[in-house]
Write a protein that binds this ligand. Structure first.
Ligand code: IVH
Length: 668
């Protein structure tokens, strides 16, 4: 019993502390989910031990308060909070309660996105905006009228003729994701602490003493409910929302009518996938009973209405421990730190790494190994550290003075640059990264040639230069861990077929700074062969409309480097394609010709061979007909060979096939 009381007291104090950080300081230490968990635990303990329930427990009242920075406004109708849940079972339970109470009729629901901002109440007297206030503790809010007047989507005068004598409209003040990013950049430039999320930014911006500052923050408003209204009545939420629109308020996107639990869930699932497409943060959906008569019948507790519930989406933020700061060397020598975290579940995914961008970022965050940090994952982006919430470590993280891989000097390219770079062209870490890039799908696409295979080959001393990839033999692979005959054969096939990749893929594979896939295609198309690329001058590069100064210089420096010439010559010597295989220009051998593959090929997988034929303008079909031009014959061919002979169709083997491909290159 004593332990339970101690835990209840702790939870009450802790929730109070987090409320203060969230509502007053706009600087929370924990994510919404972690906060909700504390409240849920307290609710559970209080339900089990009613004797320990205090009247002012955070579970029994609306969180937040009206600070003394502003004068206070008493709400004529209390501003309540919403019950919230992360579980669909709880939604079912809520629905059952609603249906049980309203036995008599078919119930209609409205589902609205729950915008992550802060609620505000706007009082219009005879159609003119008179008072704007925050929710505060639900009974009394802060008078922020002047600040409210600067928010987009709030008319100073209702845009209708017959306005109600009194109209108290409530809604959410929020900031767009893009405006939030821009605001944080500006704040950083001033050397101040960033806002952890858009909600804090909206709250911090709206509750400014100087309304001019608020006016610079691009705040916006959506109407979602109302307080006291005289001279107008509504039958249901949809009618109210339509009226708001007529008055000149903005309504949010994604409002939905639902007539059953199934429809509610269908919408929840659809919105879970769409949440990142909105330019404002949505932290869940609010499900409301549409009819105001029904709402009245269901009533409210002191804290929240029984006619609505919020389904919260999985959190994007969580707190965890930063176990280690790992320093890695990238393909172009850039040294980047990243964070290894104590694994934590975020939006349904276990997270154990976060990006740290660069060493300036570490300094700015004042983060070190051992600290407890708030992390965030937005969309599919790699999680990032928002801030330190508990400083366990002492001292600063020491940025490396030398390359962690080869111990060479590291430099900043210029003063504006934040990244350090290892200047050793033979740096093993860079070479490893380079190999990983070279074989990757959009580059030379050598299937099965992943990072762990590269590590094994490097360890065995089988690769010293990029071109060594093309000198690897079956024996080299069969002796490696986890390699059996089939796997070794397949990888050899992948290597061989990668020799026929397009010139643009090779250019991309070379890993030239600032040169991505699109630029590689432009270069290949413009210069047509590796020889012409090598012969191009800086001016030639600059003449290409899509290539700017920086890129032209980067290309020129790269191709004038003797060691690059060496790499390309050896790749050429081992048979890597060096010309652009332009479908339009390819001779008649492949163009629009229909191929059928049969039997097992020795040097190609079926996918490889098909890809090559297609890239040369040919087509693949699965069965032989009179229209077939070529049958590419592998071993153990079956009935197809017979049929090809009957129809007098040209049959070619792999040797002939390769010859045809080579001829294409020469013909260019
Ligand atoms: S209806 C009685 N609708 O969520 C409460 N609230 O956690 C009536 N919120 O204080 C509010 N989007 O500030 C409603 N579509 C929406 C909302 C919404 C965000 C906020 C609101 C409320 C908080 C409760």
């Amino acid at each position: 019993m004593k332990d339970i009381l101690r835990r209840i007291t702790y939870l009450r104090e802790e929730i109070g502390r987090h409320n203060d950080l969230y509502y007053d300081k706009n600087n929370p230490e924990v994510s919404d989910t972690e906060y909700d968990l504390l409240v849920k635990e307290l609710e559970h303990l209080e339900n089990e031990n009613p004797l320990f329930v205090l009247k002012n427990s955070p579970t029994k009242k609306v969180s937040g308060f009206a600070s003394s920075t502003f004068s206070q406004v008493k709400h004529q109708v209390p501003m309540l909070s919403l019950d919230n849940t992360y579980s669909k079972e709880e939604i079912v339970k809520w629905y059952d309660r609603v249906v049980k109470k309203l036995t008599h009729k078919k119930i209609k629901f409205v589902v609205e996105p729950k915008i992550d901002g802060l609620s505000a109440s706007l009082t219009y007297l005879n159609g003119i905006l008179a008072v704007g206030s925050t929710r505060g503790d639900g009974q009394t809010g802060e008078d922020i009228t002047e600040n409210i007047k600067t928010v987009k989507g709030i008319p100073s005068k209702l845009k209708i003729e017959n306005f109600p004598a009194l109209f108290e409209v409530r809604g959410e003040v929020y900031i767009n994701k893009t405006d939030f990013e821009n605001l944080n950049k500006l704040i950083l430039d001033h050397g101040e602490q960033k806002f952890a999320n858009p909600r804090n930014a909206a709250s911090g911006s709206l509750r400014q003493k100087n309304p001019y500052v608020t006016s610079l923050r691009n705040l916006r408003f959506f109407a979602h409910s109302f307080g006291k209204v005289d001279g107008k009545s509504f039958n249901n939420q949809f009618e109210f929302l339509r009226f708001c629109k007529e008055c000149g308020f903005c309504l949010q996107d994604g409002l939905k009518e639902a007539n059953s639990l199934d429809e509610i869930f269908q919408y929840i699932d659809a919105m879970l996938n769409k949440r990142d497409l909105f330019n404002y943060e949505i932290d869940g959906l609010v499900i409301k009973v549409d009819s105001f008569l029904d709402q009245k019948e269901l009533g409210s507790t002191n804290k929240s209405p029984r006619w609505a519930i919020a389904f919260k989406f999985p959190a994007k933020q969580a707190t965890t421990k930063l176990n280690k700061i790992r320093v890695q060397v990238g393909r172009t020598g850039i040294i980047t730190p990243s964070a290894i975290l104590e694994p934590v579940i975020l939006a349904g995914v276990t997270i154990s790494h976060a990006t740290l961008h660069n060493f300036e970022e570490i300094k700015r965050l004042n983060v070190n190994e051992g600290d407890i940090v708030l992390i965030e994952r937005a969309g599919d982006v790699i999680p990032k550290i928002v801030k330190v919430v508990n400083k366990n470590s002492e001292g600063f993280f020491e940025s490396p003075k030398k390359c962690p891989s080869c111990d060479s000097d590291i430099v900043k390219e210029n003063e504006e640059e934040v990244a350090y770079r290892c200047i050793n062209p033979d740096c093993p870490a860079q070479f490893r990264r380079h190999l990983i890039h070279f074989v990757s799908r959009d580059a030379m696409d050598i299937e099965g040639f992943g990072a762990s295979l590269i590590d094994q080959l490097l360890k065995e001393g089988k690769i010293h230069a990029i071109s060594d990839i093309y000198r690897l033999t079956y024996e080299d692979f069969i002796n490696l861990k986890l390699f059996k005959e089939k796997k070794a054969n397949n990888i050899i096939k992948s290597i061989i077929s990668s020799k026929h990749r397009r010139l643009s893929n090779l250019v991309f594979a070379l890993g030239i700074r600032h040169v991505g896939q699109k630029t590689s295609e432009i270069i290949a198309e413009r210069f047509n062969s590796m020889d012409s690329i090598f012969n191009a001058s800086l001016e030639d590069f600059k003449k290409v409309p899509e290539i700017g100064e920086v890129l032209a210089v980067s290309l020129n420096n790269f191709f004038k480097n003797p060691s690059v010439y060496q790499v390309i010559s050896t790749l050429k010597a081992v048979g890597v394609n060096m010309v652009e295989l332009d479908k339009e220009k390819v001779g008649s051998v492949f163009n629009n010709k229909i191929f059928v593959l049969t039997g097992e090929l020795k040097n190609y997988t079926r996918e490889n061979a098909s890809e090559i034929i297609k890239s040369l303008g040919g087509k693949i079909t699965s069965s032989i007909s009179k229209k077939t031009d070529y049958v590419l014959l592998g071993e153990d061919a079956g009935s197809k060979l017979q049929k090809a002979k009957e129809l007098n169709i040209k049959v070619i083997d792999e040797v002939k096939f390769e010859k045809l491909i080579r001829e294409q290159n020469v013909n260019m």
